[in-house]
Design a binder for this molecule. Structure first.
Ligand code: PEP
Length: 253
Protein backbone atom coordinates (compact mmCIF):
# COMPACT_ATOMS: atom_id res chain seq x y z
CA UNK A 1 0.00 0.00 0.00
CA UNK A 2 1.31 3.45 -0.84
CA UNK A 3 2.77 5.69 1.79
CA UNK A 4 2.21 8.67 -0.40
CA UNK A 5 -1.46 9.64 -0.49
CA UNK A 6 -3.05 11.34 -3.46
CA UNK A 7 -5.57 14.12 -2.88
CA UNK A 8 -7.54 15.28 -5.92
CA UNK A 9 -9.89 18.23 -6.19
CA UNK A 10 -12.52 17.75 -8.89
CA UNK A 11 -13.95 21.17 -9.70
CA UNK A 12 -16.57 19.72 -12.06
CA UNK A 13 -18.15 22.53 -14.16
CA UNK A 14 -16.99 25.35 -11.88
CA UNK A 15 -14.28 28.01 -12.17
CA UNK A 16 -13.66 30.22 -15.17
CA UNK A 17 -10.02 30.78 -16.14
CA UNK A 18 -9.77 33.95 -14.04
CA UNK A 19 -11.44 32.26 -11.08
CA UNK A 20 -9.01 29.37 -11.43
CA UNK A 21 -6.07 31.77 -11.29
CA UNK A 22 -7.46 33.43 -8.18
CA UNK A 23 -8.15 30.04 -6.57
CA UNK A 24 -4.64 28.75 -7.19
CA UNK A 25 -3.00 31.82 -5.73
CA UNK A 26 -5.04 31.49 -2.54
CA UNK A 27 -4.56 27.73 -2.37
CA UNK A 28 -0.78 28.03 -2.74
CA UNK A 29 -0.72 30.54 0.13
CA UNK A 30 -1.57 27.60 2.42
CA UNK A 31 1.74 25.88 1.60
CA UNK A 32 0.16 22.48 1.06
CA UNK A 33 2.89 21.05 -1.18
CA UNK A 34 5.18 18.64 0.67
CA UNK A 35 7.34 16.88 -1.89
CA UNK A 36 7.70 13.23 -1.03
CA UNK A 37 4.90 13.03 1.51
CA UNK A 38 1.76 13.35 -0.62
CA UNK A 39 0.58 14.24 -4.11
CA UNK A 40 -2.07 16.86 -4.63
CA UNK A 41 -3.84 17.44 -7.93
CA UNK A 42 -6.44 19.91 -9.13
CA UNK A 43 -8.88 18.92 -11.87
CA UNK A 44 -10.29 22.08 -13.46
CA UNK A 45 -12.73 21.99 -16.38
CA UNK A 46 -11.02 21.91 -19.80
CA UNK A 47 -11.48 25.65 -20.41
CA UNK A 48 -9.56 26.52 -17.24
CA UNK A 49 -6.75 23.97 -17.50
CA UNK A 50 -4.37 26.36 -19.16
CA UNK A 51 -4.91 29.12 -16.61
CA UNK A 52 -4.50 26.66 -13.76
CA UNK A 53 -1.35 25.17 -15.33
CA UNK A 54 0.20 28.63 -15.66
CA UNK A 55 -0.60 29.53 -12.04
CA UNK A 56 0.67 26.18 -10.72
CA UNK A 57 3.99 26.40 -12.58
CA UNK A 58 6.89 25.93 -10.18
CA UNK A 59 4.66 24.51 -7.42
CA UNK A 60 4.34 20.90 -6.28
CA UNK A 61 0.65 20.77 -7.16
CA UNK A 62 -0.22 18.56 -10.11
CA UNK A 63 -2.79 19.03 -12.83
CA UNK A 64 -5.58 16.59 -13.65
CA UNK A 65 -8.33 16.58 -16.28
CA UNK A 66 -11.91 15.48 -15.69
CA UNK A 67 -12.41 13.53 -18.90
CA UNK A 68 -10.83 12.70 -22.25
CA UNK A 69 -11.77 11.41 -25.67
CA UNK A 70 -10.56 7.90 -26.47
CA UNK A 71 -9.10 8.65 -29.91
CA UNK A 72 -5.84 10.45 -30.51
CA UNK A 73 -7.41 12.93 -32.94
CA UNK A 74 -10.14 13.13 -35.57
CA UNK A 75 -13.54 14.51 -36.48
CA UNK A 76 -14.98 14.64 -32.95
CA UNK A 77 -16.37 18.14 -32.61
CA UNK A 78 -16.23 19.45 -29.09
CA UNK A 79 -13.94 16.73 -27.74
CA UNK A 80 -10.48 16.86 -26.18
CA UNK A 81 -7.82 14.16 -26.61
CA UNK A 82 -5.38 12.75 -24.10
CA UNK A 83 -2.50 14.01 -26.22
CA UNK A 84 -3.78 17.55 -25.77
CA UNK A 85 -4.16 17.06 -22.03
CA UNK A 86 -0.65 15.66 -21.71
CA UNK A 87 0.77 18.62 -23.60
CA UNK A 88 -0.98 21.08 -21.28
CA UNK A 89 0.75 19.31 -18.40
CA UNK A 90 -1.91 16.99 -16.97
CA UNK A 91 -0.52 14.09 -14.97
CA UNK A 92 -3.87 12.49 -14.18
CA UNK A 93 -7.20 12.11 -15.95
CA UNK A 94 -10.43 11.21 -14.17
CA UNK A 95 -12.14 8.46 -16.17
CA UNK A 96 -15.62 7.02 -15.70
CA UNK A 97 -16.85 9.46 -13.07
CA UNK A 98 -20.41 8.54 -12.11
CA UNK A 99 -21.65 11.86 -13.53
CA UNK A 100 -20.16 10.90 -16.90
CA UNK A 101 -21.68 7.44 -16.67
CA UNK A 102 -25.07 8.61 -15.41
CA UNK A 103 -25.60 11.94 -17.19
CA UNK A 104 -23.68 11.35 -20.41
CA UNK A 105 -24.25 7.65 -21.01
CA UNK A 106 -20.61 6.66 -20.69
CA UNK A 107 -20.41 2.88 -20.97
CA UNK A 108 -17.84 0.49 -19.51
CA UNK A 109 -16.48 0.01 -23.03
CA UNK A 110 -15.86 3.74 -23.39
CA UNK A 111 -14.27 3.84 -19.96
CA UNK A 112 -11.95 1.06 -21.08
CA UNK A 113 -10.99 2.95 -24.25
CA UNK A 114 -10.35 6.11 -22.25
CA UNK A 115 -8.15 4.32 -19.71
CA UNK A 116 -6.07 3.04 -22.63
CA UNK A 117 -5.82 6.50 -24.23
CA UNK A 118 -4.67 8.11 -20.97
CA UNK A 119 -1.99 5.47 -20.37
CA UNK A 120 -0.74 5.69 -23.95
CA UNK A 121 -0.11 9.39 -23.42
CA UNK A 122 1.95 8.75 -20.29
CA UNK A 123 -0.64 9.96 -17.77
CA UNK A 124 -2.31 8.08 -14.95
CA UNK A 125 -6.05 7.40 -15.13
CA UNK A 126 -8.08 7.94 -11.99
CA UNK A 127 -10.61 5.25 -12.73
CA UNK A 128 -13.89 5.82 -10.88
CA UNK A 129 -16.05 2.91 -9.79
CA UNK A 130 -18.98 2.81 -7.42
CA UNK A 131 -22.29 1.20 -6.71
CA UNK A 132 -25.78 2.73 -6.62
CA UNK A 133 -27.58 2.79 -3.29
CA UNK A 134 -29.94 0.08 -4.54
CA UNK A 135 -26.95 -2.17 -5.28
CA UNK A 136 -25.60 -1.68 -1.78
CA UNK A 137 -28.98 -2.39 -0.19
CA UNK A 138 -29.30 -5.54 -2.29
CA UNK A 139 -25.84 -6.74 -1.21
CA UNK A 140 -24.48 -6.37 -4.74
CA UNK A 141 -21.61 -3.97 -4.04
CA UNK A 142 -18.80 -6.48 -4.67
CA UNK A 143 -20.41 -7.74 -7.88
CA UNK A 144 -20.84 -4.22 -9.27
CA UNK A 145 -17.32 -3.08 -8.39
CA UNK A 146 -15.77 -6.27 -9.75
CA UNK A 147 -17.64 -5.94 -13.03
CA UNK A 148 -16.80 -2.26 -13.47
CA UNK A 149 -13.13 -2.89 -12.80
CA UNK A 150 -12.85 -5.94 -15.05
CA UNK A 151 -14.53 -4.16 -17.95
CA UNK A 152 -12.56 -0.94 -17.49
CA UNK A 153 -9.24 -2.78 -17.40
CA UNK A 154 -9.96 -5.45 -20.03
CA UNK A 155 -6.89 -5.95 -22.24
CA UNK A 156 -5.12 -3.01 -20.64
CA UNK A 157 -1.41 -3.70 -20.25
CA UNK A 158 0.76 -1.60 -17.99
CA UNK A 159 4.38 -0.81 -18.79
CA UNK A 160 7.00 -1.56 -16.22
CA UNK A 161 6.68 0.99 -13.42
CA UNK A 162 3.24 2.17 -14.56
CA UNK A 163 0.44 2.10 -11.99
CA UNK A 164 -3.18 3.16 -11.75
CA UNK A 165 -5.32 5.23 -9.47
CA UNK A 166 -8.79 3.90 -8.74
CA UNK A 167 -11.38 6.03 -6.96
CA UNK A 168 -14.06 4.17 -5.07
CA UNK A 169 -17.00 6.55 -5.22
CA UNK A 170 -20.30 5.10 -4.05
CA UNK A 171 -22.81 6.92 -6.24
CA UNK A 172 -25.14 7.57 -3.31
CA UNK A 173 -22.37 9.46 -1.50
CA UNK A 174 -21.45 11.89 -4.29
CA UNK A 175 -22.62 15.41 -3.58
CA UNK A 176 -25.19 14.17 -1.08
CA UNK A 177 -23.49 14.81 2.25
CA UNK A 178 -23.84 11.08 3.00
CA UNK A 179 -20.50 9.30 3.50
CA UNK A 180 -19.57 5.70 3.36
CA UNK A 181 -18.08 4.67 6.69
CA UNK A 182 -14.29 4.42 6.45
CA UNK A 183 -14.66 0.73 7.39
CA UNK A 184 -17.07 0.16 4.47
CA UNK A 185 -14.73 2.00 2.13
CA UNK A 186 -11.79 -0.14 3.23
CA UNK A 187 -13.78 -3.28 2.53
CA UNK A 188 -14.32 -2.18 -1.06
CA UNK A 189 -10.73 -0.97 -1.38
CA UNK A 190 -9.60 -4.47 -0.45
CA UNK A 191 -11.75 -5.91 -3.22
CA UNK A 192 -10.25 -3.43 -5.68
CA UNK A 193 -6.67 -4.13 -4.58
CA UNK A 194 -7.25 -7.86 -4.96
CA UNK A 195 -8.53 -7.37 -8.49
CA UNK A 196 -5.46 -5.29 -9.32
CA UNK A 197 -3.25 -8.00 -7.84
CA UNK A 198 -4.89 -10.65 -9.99
CA UNK A 199 -4.63 -8.50 -13.12
CA UNK A 200 -1.18 -6.93 -12.67
CA UNK A 201 0.63 -8.64 -9.82
CA UNK A 202 1.43 -7.64 -6.27
CA UNK A 203 3.93 -4.88 -7.01
CA UNK A 204 1.56 -2.91 -9.24
CA UNK A 205 -1.36 -3.49 -6.89
CA UNK A 206 0.62 -2.07 -3.99
CA UNK A 207 1.91 0.86 -6.03
CA UNK A 208 -1.56 1.78 -7.32
CA UNK A 209 -3.49 4.26 -5.24
CA UNK A 210 -7.05 3.58 -4.25
CA UNK A 211 -8.92 6.72 -3.27
CA UNK A 212 -12.23 7.24 -1.54
CA UNK A 213 -14.65 9.83 -2.91
CA UNK A 214 -18.10 10.91 -1.78
CA UNK A 215 -18.89 13.97 0.35
CA UNK A 216 -15.39 14.30 1.76
CA UNK A 217 -15.06 17.54 3.74
CA UNK A 218 -12.43 19.18 5.92
CA UNK A 219 -14.12 17.70 8.98
CA UNK A 220 -14.24 14.05 7.85
CA UNK A 221 -11.14 13.85 5.56
CA UNK A 222 -8.87 12.76 8.42
CA UNK A 223 -11.11 9.81 9.26
CA UNK A 224 -10.56 8.41 5.75
CA UNK A 225 -6.94 9.41 5.29
CA UNK A 226 -5.81 7.86 8.55
CA UNK A 227 -7.06 4.39 7.62
CA UNK A 228 -4.57 1.92 6.10
CA UNK A 229 -5.85 0.88 2.69
CA UNK A 230 -7.25 4.30 1.81
CA UNK A 231 -4.55 5.96 -0.27
CA UNK A 232 -6.17 9.32 -0.77
CA UNK A 233 -9.40 11.11 -1.51
CA UNK A 234 -11.22 12.48 -4.54
CA UNK A 235 -13.03 15.61 -3.46
CA UNK A 236 -15.80 17.39 -5.37
CA UNK A 237 -17.82 20.10 -3.60
CA UNK A 238 -15.37 20.75 -0.77
CA UNK A 239 -12.52 21.36 -3.24
CA UNK A 240 -14.23 24.46 -4.59
CA UNK A 241 -13.12 26.53 -1.63
CA UNK A 242 -9.31 26.82 -1.58
CA UNK A 243 -9.21 27.12 2.21
CA UNK A 244 -11.28 24.02 2.76
CA UNK A 245 -9.36 22.01 0.14
CA UNK A 246 -6.09 23.09 1.75
CA UNK A 247 -7.40 21.87 5.12
CA UNK A 248 -8.21 18.49 3.52
CA UNK A 249 -4.69 18.31 2.07
CA UNK A 250 -3.20 19.11 5.48
CA UNK A 251 -5.13 16.13 6.90
CA UNK A 252 -3.06 13.81 4.67
CA UNK A 253 -0.01 12.81 6.67
C1 PEP B 1 -16.75 13.79 -6.96
O1 PEP B 1 -17.15 14.62 -7.73
O2 PEP B 1 -15.96 12.93 -7.36
C2 PEP B 1 -17.20 13.82 -5.56
C3 PEP B 1 -16.79 12.87 -4.76
O3 PEP B 1 -18.02 14.84 -5.21
P1 PEP B 1 -18.40 15.28 -3.71
O4 PEP B 1 -17.10 15.38 -2.93
O5 PEP B 1 -19.06 16.62 -3.86
O6 PEP B 1 -19.30 14.25 -3.15
Amino acid sequence: MTERPLIVGNWKMHMTPSEATEYVSRFLSHAVGHPGSRDIALAPPFASLHAAAASLAGSEILLAAQNTHWEEEGPFTGEVSSRMLAEIGCRYVIVGHSERRGLFGETDRRVNQKVRAVLLCGMTPILCVGEQESDRLAGRTREVIDAQLKLALANIRLDDGQSLAVAYEPVWAIGTGKNALPSDAVEVHTIIRNELRIAYGARTAEASRILYGGSVTRSNAGSFLSVPGIDGVLVGGASLDPDSFAAICHAAF
